[in-house]
Structures are given as C-alpha cells and as structure tokens.
Design a protein around this ligand. Structure first.
Ligand code: SAM
Length: 186
C-alpha cells in the first residue's frame, strides 16, 4: 500500500557507500546495456553508475515522490514506482538497497519506508525478487543489499544466491546478494 505521509529521502549511509563501491568495481569490469536501481533514494547508485556507463542506460526509481523530484536534474531516467508497478522494461542489471530491518514500532513512519522491510524484515525483498524475475534479461544479474538482521531462509528458498560482499557494521553485518537469471533461478 502506498503511503500519503511525507517521506524522508534516505541519506547515503554505510550500506549505500558499500554498495556504491561494489557497483563501481562491477561496472568497470562488466558490460551493461541497461541498468535499473530500485529504491534509489538520494540516487547514489545511479549517480555512481552514470560516471562509468552512459546515463541513457540507467533508470532510477523509488516509491518516494520526494526522491524522484530531487533527482529531476540528473541525466538518467527516473520513475516513481512501487517496486516494478510502473516499470515495463527488462534490464541487464538491477540493484536494490532494500529496506531490510524488522519492524520497530517505535520508529517514525516517515523513516520506516526506507528502513523497514516488513514485520520480519524480508517481506519487501521477497516481493522485489518475485517481480524482478520477469524484468531481468538473459544472463542478467540482481544485486540486493540486506543485513544479518534480515531473515534469509525464505529468500534463499525462493531464489538461491551468492553472497558477494559481507561487511561488519555497528549492530549487524551488511550483505550484498547476487541473483542470476540463467544459473540459479529455479
Ligand atoms: C535503504 S534505502 C536505500 C536508498 C539508496 N538506494 C541508498 O543506497 O542510499 C531504501 C529505499 O527504498 C525505497 N523504497 C521502499 N519501499 C519501496 C518500494 N516498495 N518500491 C520502491 N522503492 C521503495 C525507499 O524510499 C528508500 O529510498
């Protein structure tokens, strides 16, 4: 359900910087013709990509209309969308630094949109992966960032993955999971 409250734009944090560094290396050594960043927030990942590949190949989307307004001067395409609702294309690469934490009812609603993956923490990631399957080109890849606080059993059952980055943060470990269209998508 989309929310009518004014949502904060997620400011780049340790997870964003870790993902940007990984993406930078990945794009330097892999040929990508189309890239979608879901939940782009400040646009850190799309901006990182646009220094390496043509902005014409990049689409950045977010459920938060403020995030999309904030990116309107950027050279890449932006779309306000709840996951893939407004997205019809397929891509070689899809990234999502997901809201991955289990619900903390004490957290204000306006920041929960960026941080909270649902009651357990894995709900948005699962929805994302189910929808992403039909938006990934042959040999395409998805990189999804979650945390050690996110339950992984349902995600793994849905679509086995490889952990490509693991980093200790304050209260958790941050993980980037790689999903491939051709090899491990059942
Ligand atoms: C952890 S923040 C990451 C922001 C940015 N990509 C970064 O790395 O700093 C998660 C982002 O996902 C967005 N988001 C949450 N639910 C979404 C949904 N259902 N569809 C699209 N974006 C969503 C939030 O608005 C937020 O910008």
């Amino acid at each position: 359900m989309e929310q009518n409250i004014l949502m904060e734009i997620y400011q780049p944090a340790e997870d964003s910087l870790m993902f940007a560094e990984f993406l930078n290396q990945y794009l330097k050594s892999n040929k990508i013709d189309s890239y979608l960043d879901i939940g782009t927030g400040s646009g850190i990942l799309a901006k990182t990509a646009s220094k390496i590949i043509s902005p014409k190949k990049i689409t950045a989307s977010d459920i938060n209309p403020e995030a999309i307004i904030n990116l309107k001067q950027q050279p890449f395409k932006t779309i306000k969308s709840n996951l893939f609702k407004q997205i019809s294309n397929s891509f070689d690469l899809i990234t999502f630094n997901a809201p991955y934490l289990p619900l903390n009812p004490e957290e204000p609603k306006d920041s929960q949109v960026a941080t909270t993956g649902g009651k357990r923490g894995d709900e948005i990631s699962i929805k994302f992966l189910k929808q992403a399957k039909s938006h990934l080109n042959k040999n395409g890849k998805i990189f999804l960032l979650i945390s050690s606080l996110t339950p992984q059993n349902k995600i793994k059952k849905l679509w086995p993955y490889t952990i490509v980055v693991k980093k200790k943060a304050f209260m958790e470990e941050l993980l980037i999971l790689e999903f491939q269209q051709n090899t491990n998508n059942p």
